[in-house]
Ligand binder design. Structure first.
Ligand SMILES: [Zn+2]
Ligand SMILES: [Zn+2]
Length: 176
């Protein structure tokens, strides 16, 4: 969805959009959608810039980092972004470079804001660095590949030196 800024009222504009399945192009992104986003917010003019704020609600879908099972991840993400008009002359490059270090900054052109792009970027930024189907997910056996949450296998448990150190420590405490 595109928000047109051409007739933006002086006191800003409210918007709400419910995406339908397939409406967003996820090809460049690292997740799928369990439930398409609902985005609500408002646009206000702040000098030459546009302030866009609101919330995005959706449920993402990504494989568990350990066992690869699909995990649904409901999210509710607030956003508060400043859009600067694109400046083809480049007279304000310095300012734009300054802004670019800030994640909450974007550029708009032709008096339009591309809401789809904003929503996708916010969802991507909102992804957790680690996603597990459950805290104690046993993962896949590195030897034979069985899902250890569902079945056990006869492969020897690999001894990770870090776990061994922990086990030794635990033994020490228990012996006290
Ligand atoms: Zn898992
Ligand atoms: Zn195995």
């Amino acid at each position: 969805m595109i928000i047109s800024l051409v007739r933006l009222p002086a006191d800003g504009l409210k918007f709400e959009h419910r995406y339908v399945a397939g409406e967003l192009d996820l090809r460049d992104y690292d997740f799928e959608l369990e439930r398409p986003p609902v985005v609500r917010g408002r646009v206000d003019r702040v000098g030459a810039e546009m302030r866009l704020r609101g919330t995005i609600e959706a449920a993402l879908k990504r494989p568990c980092d350990r066992c690869l099972k699909e995990v649904a991840l409901p999210v509710e993400l607030p956003f508060d972004l400043l859009y600067t008009p694109e400046d083809p002359g480049g007279s304000r490059t310095g300012e734009i470079e300054l802004h670019e270090r800030d994640l909450d900054f974007a550029v708009y052109q032709n008096d339009e804001i591309d809401l789809d792009e904003m929503v996708l970027e916010q969802l991507e930024l909102g992804l957790p660095t680690r996603l597990l189907c459950r805290e104690d997910c046993q993962g896949l056996c590195p030897e034979c590949g069985v899902d250890r949450n569902l079945e056990s296998c006869a492969c020897a448990a690999p001894t990770d030196p870090r776990w061994q150190a922990l086990a030794d420590l635990k033994k020490k405490f228990e012996n006290k």
